[in-house]
Design a binder for this molecule. Structure first.
Ligand SMILES: Cc1ncc(C[n+]2csc(CCOP(=O)(O)OP(=O)(O)O)c2C)c(N)n1
Length: 208
């Protein structure tokens, strides 16, 4: 097999590989615990982890990330202590939401992660707000907000990108297209060929 190593050293490549492997191993364990009825829910990001991991590794540690329910690589990338992470998923008082939730609806200012808003689209507007703050303080920081392909069908997604474009806010809107909005196939969710085509309409850059 031929790998495209680019300019990266062995150390960097191994560190990236380990960063990729960590969420995968946790997820495999969580899926077993789910089948054993030891945890009550889990949204798998298996196969998508390079997106969370790559983005988190590329950012500075104090740049805000607004992840979704399949972005475990953001949490492991920011090195949240495992004891608290697992307590969160088990819904115990040591978790980030102190037992009020057992999922990914949590954040930690210490690690510059804003907890996902369950209604999906509205978190794009929060990203705009964070980015506006950095812009007003003349900080050279970027804010990254994750979306699933299904979540992009919400009006908030459109409004937030439009505002970010008009105000030139330093936000990266990530769309992870895994072919389904939970269980609704893409064909029932959107008609565009690819999401970056929408960027043209907003007047922003789009990369695939
Ligand atoms: C307004 C609203 N409707 C429904 C839900 C339930 N829900 C949570 S995740 C999700 C799927 C979203 O699909 P997508 O954005 O493609 O993400 P995926 O889970 O497929 O990665 C749904 C419908 C919700 N959280 N909020």
């Amino acid at each position: 097999m031929k790998f495209l190593r680019k300019k990266y050293s062995n150390e960097v490549l191994i560190a990236l590989y380990e960063a990729l492997l960590r969420p995968r191993l946790i997820e495999e364990k969580m899926l077993i615990l789910l089948r054993q009825n030891k945890i009550s829910k889990w949204f798998s990001g298996i196969g998508q982890e390079a997106i969370s991991v790559g983005i988190t590794q590329a950012l500075d540690k104090d740049e805000y990330i607004l992840p979704m329910h399949r972005n475990l690589g953001v949490f492991t990338g920011r090195e949240l202590p495992f004891t608290r992470l697992f307590a969160q998923w088990q819904g115990t008082s040591m978790g980030y939401t102190k037992g009020r939730d057992r999922s990914f609806h949590f954040g930690t200012k210490e690690h510059h992660i804003v907890g996902m808003i369950s209604h999906l689209g509205p978190q794009n507007g929060v990203a705009d707000g964070i980015a506006l703050g950095t812009q007003l303080r003349s900080e050279k920081k970027v804010t990254v907000v994750f979306n699933g392909d299904g979540g992009t069908s919400q009006g908030d997604f459109h409004e937030a990108i439009n505002v970010a474009a008009v105000w030139s806010l330093p936000v990266i809107f990530v769309v992870e297209n895994n072919g389904y909005g939970l269980s609704t196939p893409s064909s029932e969710q959107f008609k565009c060929k690819q999401f970056i085509d929408k960027a043209i309409g907003y007047g922003i850059k789009g990369f695939r």
